[in-house]
Design a protein around this ligand. Structure first.
Ligand code: GLC
Length: 425
């Protein structure tokens, strides 16, 4: 990454927003694929997309209160529907009852709130008449796929794709981040359909160059089937810093609240706010960002369940963001059930489970100047191990040299994840 991208690894926490026609069926953004819906049937949602509660200032406020620093909205998802007034298609928000471009007010609201502006853009398009039917297409099980593919021309689709990206990166001022989604080269269709799509189908090199030409500072992800500025683990937490050729790489985990990206009314599989906070911390301790998703309703609102989760994350962030922004992995190894993040000479110990009275920090001997709880700046006593000390009754001993032991109260502080801030010498 270049210097211009430094904001990305500093900010650590962003909001993903999946919003499109699929908010109306409200049963996952892949509903068209899952239910193998014909394009003509799916198009009916266009007539009902009113989005009367769409309020991007509210979205921005929700993100900001949660401690998020950037937002990434689906300009188009795999269904093909466009949230802006593209000149290259009629399948767009200006042809719904809502009737207005949704991207401009979104971009303006984020900027006004001091948030970085991101777009997600689907490479895949199940609506475009030139996009060939392959193994992940809604029509993948039809028995006349070769006939349906006759006359479909990926070269024309490619032009459409590049043309739309050009619109998005020309008409809305500075765009900080672009999340393309996704490539699946080499996936054969068992029944004569087109092969999976990758860099040749998108002309990824040229598309990437176009983005860099139009937006020299933009951060671009790695899903064009060529390397990008970051890697994007999806719905899992990596085991440690992500590496390429032995060197750590910039990465961002994208995660859902309930397993679905689009609004999914009957899906109650919500992760607890505490788990979400731990996922954010875990990522930063391994050098990664968290892009946490919400799927607004068809009316355009981030629903109360999502807002409640984000509000709890925000309560924690209000007191603990020093351990997140500008922080990354530590040179020290954290004790069990803990995560370290480090920012210069500040080491942050995140306690994922609460121990009895003491926590032992290996390798910190001679390095600790002071320690306190991060949320209230209350002092925490610490003691360096005496390797000669013998354990006897209530006297501690036999701790390895170089161990520093913190003394904690029996009851944890009333925060979702307690953090000790350690000032290193
Ligand atoms: C995927 C899915 C998708 C979601 C995305 C988020 O690859 O196709 O629906 O938008 O990842 O990362």
């Amino acid at each position: 990454m270049t210097q211009d991208h430094a904001w990305f690894t500093h900010d650590r926490f962003g909001m993903f927003v999946h919003w499109g026609l699929y908010a109306l069926p409200a049963r996952h953004e892949w509903v068209m694929h899952r239910e193998q819906t014909q394009v003509a049937d799916y198009e009916r949602y266009l007539r009902y997309f009113e989005a009367d509660l769409y309020d991007p200032e509210q979205w921005a406020a929700t993100a900001k209160e949660a401690g998020m620093k950037y937002v990434v909205l689906t300009t188009k998802h795999h269904e093909g529907f466009c949230l802006w007034d593209s000149k290259l298609t009629d399948y767009k928000i200006t042809n719904t009852p809502h009737g207005k471009d949704a991207i401009r007010p979104y971009v303006e609201a984020l900027r006004a709130a001091g948030l970085k502006v991101g777009f997600y853009h689907s490479l895949i398009d199940w609506h475009h008449p030139d996009y060939t039917i392959d193994v992940i297409n809604p029509r993948r099980e039809d028995d006349d796929i070769p006939q349906q593919n006759e006359g479909r021309d990926m070269a024309r689709y490619r032009e459409y794709l590049h043309g739309q990206v050009r619109e998005l990166l020309t008409d809305y001022g500075q765009i900080d981040y672009l999340f393309f989604d996704f490539s699946y080269p080499g996936r054969e269709h068992p029944n004569g359909g087109a092969p999976g799509k990758g860099r040749e189908d998108w002309d990824s090199e040229k598309l990437m160059a176009l983005c860099r030409e139009l937006q020299p500072n933009i951060v671009i992800n790695d899903r064009l089937d060529i390397p990008g500025d970051l890697v994007t683990p999806e719905q899992y937490q990596p085991s440690g810093p992500m590496m390429k050729d032995g060197k750590p790489v910039v990465w961002e985990a994208c995660q859902t609240l309930n397993g679905s990206w689009g609004y999914d009314r009957d899906n109650d599989d919500y992760k607890s706010p505490e788990l979400l906070i731990k996922m954010l911390i875990d990522g930063v301790s391994k050098g990664g960002n968290l892009l946490l998703n919400v799927g607004p309703t068809g009316r355009g609102e981030i629903d109360p369940r999502a807002r409640a989760s984000l509000a709890e994350i925000g309560d924690w962030m209000a007191y603990h963001d020093k351990s997140i922004y500008g922080a990354g992995p530590s040179e020290f190894t954290a004790p069990v059930d803990c995560r370290y993040t480090q920012r210069g000479d500040r080491l942050y110990l995140h306690l994922f489970s609460w121990p009895l009275k003491h926590v032992h920090l290996a390798g910190l001997g001679g390095r600790v100047a002071y320690a306190q709880f991060l949320h209230d700046a209350s002092e925490i006593f610490f003691k360096e191990a005496d390797p000669q000390a013998q354990a006897q009754n209530t006297s501690r001993g036999a701790e390895p040299e170089g161990t520093v032991t913190l003394s904690l109260p029996v009851r944890p502080p009333n925060v979702a994840v307690p953090v000790v801030e350690i000032f290193l010498k």
